[in-house]
Ligand binder design. Structure first.
Ligand code: 4AD
Ligand code: MG
Length: 438
């Protein structure tokens, strides 16, 4: 088959062909669909930047070439040369009057056809599913969110510091650890970079890490991934109030940038953006105790000291038009490092940020314990070995200061921004309880 090697002109991205009306360009991409008669063929071509229609009249090529081209399968790779014409009816607003079509490969029996497929089938073919317009739109919004979040942090004096993936420390409880044999020593895939960010904050002031984190969670819900990406800012000399202020400004900025720059993608996802356009500081703040009262009034009463489940988080978030902070949780249901409230030590200066529309917790954060004695006591209570945490104790031995930080789950944020039903679509290759392939 023709194509491959040889001299190739640089292809014009489909997203840019509007700037070449009347000119001849070459587009390189994949065949999304094709309609043809004996005299004329319409090829839908996508190249990652956009989609355009190429119109090929039979007399432009030899009869044999026309036969080959019109028999190409979905997702065949090809290059098309032609003149750009503005046409309001064409998808994207422009079409290509093809002078030549050079197939690189005829793809036979592409498994994902325009008909409906079950989600397990699609997940089995995730490596191909990514090519569908909806999945590509989600990936673009994901990249926009990542860039926007880091843009805000970089502009506000935070330094990116990368945390290790292999660690001897259990940061978020010992029940969801992935064991790794580290040359005979026991180690885990990281649950959170927080402890390392606390060290980095003592060196640099304001820092953040962004990377994959792992939880061997036996939960099969629409919000749980086994591997997910977490953004974790940490600030020296900051407390609980400043921690929440940073979160709301950061999230408002990121959502606004997606609204500004990814409206085409949000539209393709049929996302109702009214909720998103309200995402401006300040976000409402309620205490855990107030949350219990709201829940009781909705028939979801909990005992003081019980943790929220998904239905509770949804019910709470439904009561507000933008994300809501729930703060001052009972210490016993939260992590060992959280600072007790000075006025009421049975609660901690922690907040979870719950997204509207039932998406639940997208951020968890807290002020950290600065006092060495209290931290040592908490480590003992949680059965965490002093040996492995000795380096972490050093941060309190040598110039301890109040500090605070949080972890934002990128896929939860993205699922909410895109209005996805399940978090599995928010990561390129989801790792789920029953799935590590592809
Ligand atoms: O609340 P978590 O467990 O907090 C921490 O790990 C802290 N050490 C973070 C910190 O303070 N630096 O997780 C933080 C966020 C959650 O709010 C949620 O958005 C996300 O990470 N997350 C998950 N996302 C997808 N799948 C899972 N299994 C998740 N577990 C947590
Ligand atoms: Mg949490």
């Amino acid at each position: 088959m023709a194509g491959g090697g040889g001299e190739q002109v640089e292809a014009t991205p489909i997203a840019a062909i509007g700037r070449h009306v009347g000119e001849e360009v070459e587009v390189a991409g994949w065949l999304r669909g094709l309609r043809s008669s004996g005299r004329i063929a319409f090829l839908q071509i996508r190249d990652g930047t956009g989609v355009c229609q190429a119109v090929l009249a039979a007399e432009q090529v030899t009869p044999e070439a026309y036969r080959v081209i019109t028999a190409l399968g979905q997702e065949s790779s090809l290059r098309v040369r032609g003149q750009v014409r503005a046409d309001a009816r064409a998808p994207g607003g422009y079409e290509l009057l093809a002078q030549s079509v050079l197939p690189l490969q005829d793809a036979v029996d592409y498994p994902i056809t325009p008909k409906e497929h079950g989600v397990e089938f699609l997940l089995d073919h995730r490596h191909l599913w990514l090519r569908s317009p909806r999945q590509a739109a989600i990936l673009r919004i994901r990249a926009e969110l990542e860039a926007a979040l880091m843009e805000w942090l970089d502009q506000h004096g935070f330094v990116r510091v990368d945390a290790p993936i292999l660690t001897p420390n259990a940061a978020e409880g010992t029940t969801t650890l992935f064991d790794v044999d580290y040359f005979g020593e026991s180690a885990y895939l990281t649950q959170s970079g927080q402890l390392y960010m606390e060290a980095a904050a003592m060196a640099l002031g304001k820092v953040y890490c962004f990377g994959p984190t792992f939880r061997a969670e036996k939960s099969k819900t629409r919000r749980h991934l086994i591997e997910f990406w977490m953004l974790e800012p940490e600030m020296a000399w900051a407390g609980h109030a400043e921690n929440m202020a940073v979160q709301e400004s950061l999230i408002a900025h990121a959502v606004q940038r997606v609204l500004d720059r990814r409206s085409t993608e949000l539209q393709l996802l049929e996302r109702d953006v009214t909720h998103l356009s309200r995402v401006a500081p300040p976000f409402p703040r309620i205490t855990y105790d107030e949350a219990l009262r709201i829940l009781a009034s909705k028939g979801l009463a909990l005992e003081w000291g019980e943790d929220f489940g998904a239905p509770h988080e949804s019910a709470l978030a439904e009561s507000f038009d933008r994300p809501v902070f729930v703060e001052r949780y009972p210490a016993k249901i939260k992590a060992f490092y959280m600072q007790p409230a000075p006025d009421r030590p049975e609660v901690v200066l922690a907040a979870d940020l719950l997204a509207s529309e039932g998406y639940g917790e997208i951020v968890g954060g807290s002020e950290r314990i600065a006092d060495p004695d209290l931290l040592a006591e908490r480590l003992r209570e949680h059965g965490l070995s002093g040996d492995v945490f000795s380096w972490y104790m050093d941060l309190r031995r040598y110039g301890t200061v109040p500090h605070a930080g949080f972890g934002l789950g990128l896929e939860r944020l993205l699922a909410w921004v895109c209005g996805l039903e399940h978090v599995r679509e928010s990561i390129p290759f989801p790792r789920l309880l029953n799935r590590i392939r592809p």
